[in-house]
Write a protein that binds this ligand. Structure first.
Ligand code: GRF
Length: 199
């Protein structure tokens, strides 16, 4: 299973995936890593692992559509079976979604549909929920609204601040991502409406 990973940040999810892909029988191979900014720390992890990288900055393009088209073409050039947004902080446009429909997944740091968007752990803490977690889902045109593949719950502890909660979620989130991507890679999947089946 050929995988392209998109990132914006430090790439701890990417690091976990790169490590898993080294294990015999895991079933997935990361064929490229893309970012929307040069500063994404995960780019170095990828190049150190010998994985090709590319950067598409929105500001390089005259309009958002042109960026979306360029990103679509860059990703498509690697002929992925699966595209993973692992902390990729951009909403992709219609062209990308159409090209990779049913093959583009994202990991989010809350139990969706609660707390979509950029501040999942902070909003969970402020709301006072006792359980939050991470969600792996197929991206659709909405923000964090697509069909759900997997969820893992994480307790909110009385002494948590945003940082401790964010870190506890990330540990569970990485494990879920690695486990689920391996299953998708080995067994395939079907997507009918909102129903996701991994045989
Ligand atoms: C993840 O927790 C993801 O849910 C959020 O950003 C984080 C990515 O971290 N959107 P990293 O770059 O993989 O370390």
């Amino acid at each position: 299973c050929r995988v392209v990973v998109l990132i914006s940040g430090g790439g701890s999810n990417l690091a976990a995936l790169l490590q898993a892909c080294d294990e015999p029988g895991y079933g997935a191979q990361i064929v490229a890593v893309g970012a929307d900014r040069e500063s994404a720390g995960g780019l170095k992890l990828a190049s150190d692992a010998g994985v090709p990288t590319f950067v598409d900055r929105v500001s390089e393009y005259p309009a958002r559509d042109a960026w979306d088209q360029a990103l679509t073409e860059h990703v498509a050039a690697y002929e992925p079976d699966l595209v993973i947004s692992a902390g990729f902080l951009k909403l992709v446009g219609p062209e990308f979604l159409e090209r990779f429909e049913g093959r583009y997944i994202n990991t989010h740091n809350s139990l969706l549909p609660a707390f979509p968007g950029m501040n999942g752990p902070k909003e969970a803490l402020e709301y006072g929920v006792k359980l939050t977690g991470a969600t792996l889902f197929f991206v659709d045109a909405g923000m964090d609204t697509g069909p759900i593949l997997a969820q893992v719950s994480v307790p909110v502890l009385p002494d948590d601040d945003v940082e401790t909660l964010t870190e506890r979620i990330k540990v569970a989130e990485r494990a879920q991502l690695v486990e689920c991507v391996g299953r998708l890679a080995r067994d395939g999947w079907t997507l009918e409406g909102r129903r996701v089946t991994v045989p």
